[in-house]
Design a protein around this ligand. Structure first.
Ligand SMILES: O=P(O)(O)O[C@H]1O[C@H](CO)[C@@H](O)[C@H]1O
Ligand SMILES: O=c1cc[nH]c(=O)[nH]1
Length: 245
């Protein structure tokens, strides 16, 4: 009997890989595909666009998950169901500290779970932490990135954004996104190795909308860093040390 595709991502075990890069924006999948050899389009259903390709000889899936924890959560669950074990998110973020410049990479050593979805999985005091193994590789390939705790939230256009961000900034949070907490929490529950690499598109206390517009409009710096962050994720996932386990 042929295997039924996963209902949202349309993935099946025929992807035949244990490693995936997930991104928010479907357009970022096409950018990642340019870094791969033997590219094969897999599916594009709802926000989930996927391609398969090889990088340094390793087969890797790249898939978009859209915006927010619920759609990222579905993506992670369906990756698990087709036997993907290593998942790196490559996303965009807003800086939460003054010294972080545009285009600097922010790598989450943990995430504040300020989302709704993960509370349905685990108690609020459960930590969202990435894979130690993938983190060690991030340190090897990108020692210059900003490492720290990020905050994953649900509300992009909240009236109290500046107060909330000032609160978390004082606690040392380095960046904000909307999916890393869900990836780390759900991934951990399913026995997956996860990591989140974010491209800073908004300075701390900067204009959120224009920062995200620079990303949409392919601003040179943002564009270059996006490619660099995708390459970093592919370098980590194709590192031979991951095959030894
Ligand atoms: O660029 P992506 O990966 O979508 O990440 C960030 O950008 C979106 C908001 O503009 C949210 O999804 C946030 O997490
Ligand atoms: O500040 C930001 C920028 C991008 N994405 C977010 O979630 N927050």
């Amino acid at each position: 009997m042929t295997e039924e595709p996963q209902p949202h991502t349309q993935l099946t075990t025929a992807i035949d890989t244990d490693s995936a890069v997930i991104v928010g924006d479907p357009a970022r999948v096409d950018k990642a595909a340019k870094l791969l050899d033997n590219v094969r389009k897999w599916a594009f259903n709802r926000e989930y666009k996927s391609v398969l390709g090889t990088y340094q000889g390793k087969q890797i899936l790249v898939m978009s998950t859209g915006i927010g924890a619920p759609s990222a959560g579905i993506g992670v669950e369906e990756l698990n169901r087709v036997n993907v074990k290593n998942v790196i998110r490559v996303g965009s973020a807003g800086a939460m500290q003054a010294g972080i410049s545009l285009g600097q990479l922010i790598i989450g050593e943990g995430a504040v779970r300020d989302d709704g979805l993960t509370k349905k999985y685990v108690p609020e005091i459960y930590p969202a932490v990435p894979s130690f193994k993938l983190m060690m590789l991030a340190r090897k390939y990108a020692p210059e990135a900003v490492y720290g705790i990020i905050r994953s939230h649900d509300g992009f256009y909240m009236d109290n954004n500046s107060e909330v961000e000032a609160f978390w900034s004082k606690l040392g949070i380095v960046g904000a996104d909307m999916e890393s907490g869900a990836l780390m929490t759900i991934g951990r529950q399913r026995g997956m190795e996860t990591l989140s690499i974010l491209n800073n598109v908004v300075l701390y206390e900067g204009d959120l909308s224009s920062g995200v517009n620079d990303l949409v409009n392919g601003d040179d710096l943002v564009d270059k860093v996006e490619t660099a962050s995708l390459k970093l994720a592919l370098d980590i996932l194709s590192d031979h040390s991951l095959e030894e386990n």
